[in-house]
Design a protein around this ligand. Structure first.
Ligand code: UDP
Ligand code: MG
Length: 313
């Protein structure tokens, strides 16, 4: 097997069929032998039924569908897909056709021509996103690259082609908190960055909300959700901000109207400020502790309900 397509699917009933057709269009007459690993990540729609249909109809194709018992997230789906893949090369690609399978041909060409590269990552030169989101993302990358030991490339997505040795290295990392962008760069190897245009989603909607992205970003910094601990962080920030605003107010009030009760305002401001900062720091420690707790439990990264395939193995 030359190439494996690892396709995480969450509520993609309108896309999986088209995705399969598009890949066939591009690859049927290519020199590569290839397989599909679809991971149904607890979809609430008819995705699984559609995938089942593919397996039942295209019996000559090499299709495997891993059906999760619930939604475990794209990271877990990718991990399961990588584990099941047999190809010499593996490409991780979304089911929504935002990432045109035609690029995979170029990626394959590039990696075959350049044996020194172990991975080809597609990155978006021009993001089709709102200004605010773009700004936040660029802040995120700026900050994370300053504080982190590994490099994060702005615009690089999970759309990647990996050589087997890199797949094995990724699979060897057993952590539950899987922040793939970090994992890809932590394992090292040589990555070629290839620009690509993201297409609009054909069907369904993106499962990324702003809040989800925020959480993903925190994951990146601290490398799951322990919401109460995060609330401590949140309160810390809010109180710090309120105290700061009050501080500014008191300074202006003092300048304009003089001191009313000596020292009172300063003490209140300081108590709030220090309290806020303490909660904030406690929150950060909590983030790490929470991850430690999750890792210590050693739960599996995903749970499979069933697997269907066109091939027996
Ligand atoms: N996905 C998944 N599990 C999830 C969320 C998303 O497997 O919990 C899949 C989804 O089906 C798609 C890919 O991950 O194939 C990217 O998701 P999405 O299109 O929502 O993200 P975006 O393209 O907006 O970054
Ligand atoms: Mg998408």
């Amino acid at each position: 097997m030359k190439l494996s397509f690892v396709v995480p699917c969450f509520n993609e009933q309108g896309n999986v069929g088209n995705f399969y057709k598009r890949v066939e269009e591009v690859f049927r007459n290519s020199k590569y032998s290839y397989e599909y690993i679809f991971v149904n990540d607890g979809s609430k729609d008819q995705t699984y039924e559609k995938l089942k249909l593919l397996v039942n109809i295209y019996t000559n194709a090499n299709i495997k569908v891993i059906n999760f018992s619930r939604n475990f997230g794209k990271e877990s789906a990718m991990y399961a897909g990588l584990q099941a893949s047999k190809g010499e090369y593996v490409v991780i690609i979304d089911a929504d056709l935002q990432q045109d399978p035609a690029y995979v041909v170029n990626m394959m060409k590039a990696i075959e021509e350049e044996p020194s590269y172990d991975s080809v990552a597609a990155f978006q030169e021009n993001r089709h996103e709102g200004k605010i989101l773009k700004t936040f993302k660029s802040w995120f990358y700026h900050l994370i690259n300053r504080i982190s030991e590994v490099e994060f490339v702005d615009g690089a997505s999970d759309f990647r082609l990996l050589r087997r040795n890199m797949v094995d290295a990724i699979l060897a990392l057993p952590e539950r908190n899987r922040f793939s962008k970090g994992i890809f760069s932590w394992v090292g190897f040589k990555t070629l960055y290839m620009p690509y245009e993201v297409h609009d989603r054909v069907n369904g909607q993106s499962s990324w909300s702003f809040w989800k992205l925020f959480r993903y970003a925190v994951e990146g910094f601290v490398s799951f959700s322990m919401t109460p601990l995060r609330i401590a962080t949140f309160f810390g920030l809010v109180f710090s901000l309120l105290a700061f605003l009050y501080l500014v107010f008191v300074v202006i009030q003092t300048i304009c109207f003089g001191i009313q009760i000596a020292g009172y305002a300063t003490i209140i401001c300081l108590i709030l400020l220090i309290g806020g900062i303490q909660l904030f720091c406690l929150g950060i420690i909590g983030e790490y502790l929470a991850r430690n707790y999750i890792e210590a439990k050693q739960r599996p990264i995903y749970v499979v309900k069933d697997i269907i395939s066109t091939r027996e193995d």
